[in-house]
Design a protein around this ligand. Structure first.
Ligand SMILES: Cc1cc2nc3c(=O)[nH]c(=O)nc-3n(C[C@H](O)[C@H](O)[C@H](O)COP(=O)(O)O)c2cc1C
Length: 187
């Protein structure tokens, strides 16, 4: 799929097959993240790759987040389910520097968001499905600690990654979007 087709047809999915990017493919995904637009060249993010061997620990962090936020048995079950959804996860931390006058926190946060989306697209371009998850999980203190968050850092994404569940084709939208309601012009 060429770049323009991917941009206009990409979809998320929560159903994944078992295959993950190999190291070369993963590096390409991470390098795409590092090319996100970045005011002041701060690179205000850190990526944490959770591989299959780390999923047990990851499940523990999510369960802890559920307990901490009083999400009950249902929350713990959801944490468990989330940890089993995809064979690879990339956590994205926005590393926020508060003392940079020309690049306020919101700009740094957006750069981390752009990096997240770039990684999704780079994964899609190599035949992998993705989904961007945040929810209450990202507030969990065990997950924050495992991701090396400092006080003002924010976990902005858990990017689920894996092969298509059936066959080799990634999920795509059958049609492009209707743009009319979302655009105006100054001419
Ligand atoms: C910042 C951010 C956080 C998100 N968090 C969640 C989430 O916690 N749970 C969820 O089901 N979808 C979440 N989504 C939405 C999905 O990633 C996805 O975009 C949505 O299901 C729409 O699917 P599409 O990307 O195919 O249009 C989030 C999206 C963004 C941009």
């Amino acid at each position: 799929m060429n770049a323009l087709d991917l941009l206009q047809h990409r979809r998320s999915t929560k159903k994944f097959g078992a295959n993950v990017p190999n190291q070369q493919q993963l590096d390409a995904i991470l390098k795409a993240g590092l090319r996100a637009p970045d005011h002041g060249r701060l690179k205000p993010y850190h990526f944490v790759v959770i591989e299959q061997s780390g999923m047990e620990k990851y499940r523990g962090y999510l369960e802890q987040a559920a307990k901490e936020q009083d999400l009950g048995d249902e929350g713990i079950a959801k944490a468990h389910k989330l940890s089993q959804r995809a064979p690879m996860v990339i956590g994205v931390v926005a590393k926020i520097a508060k003392d940079i006058a020309k690049v306020p926190a919101w700009e740094q946060m957006l750069t981390a968001g752009c990096a997240t989306y770039a990684m999704q697209l780079a994964a899609n371009a190599q035949g992998f499905e993705t989904c961007w998850i945040s929810n209450k999980w990202v507030n969990g203190s065990a997950l924050r600690e495992a991701f090396g968050c400092r006080e003002f850092d924010k976990i902005v994404a858990l990017v689920l990654i894996g092969s298509p569940q059936d066959g080799t084709e990634i999920t795509t939208a059958s049609q492009t979007e209707e743009i009319g309601d979302f655009v105006s012009y100054i001419r």
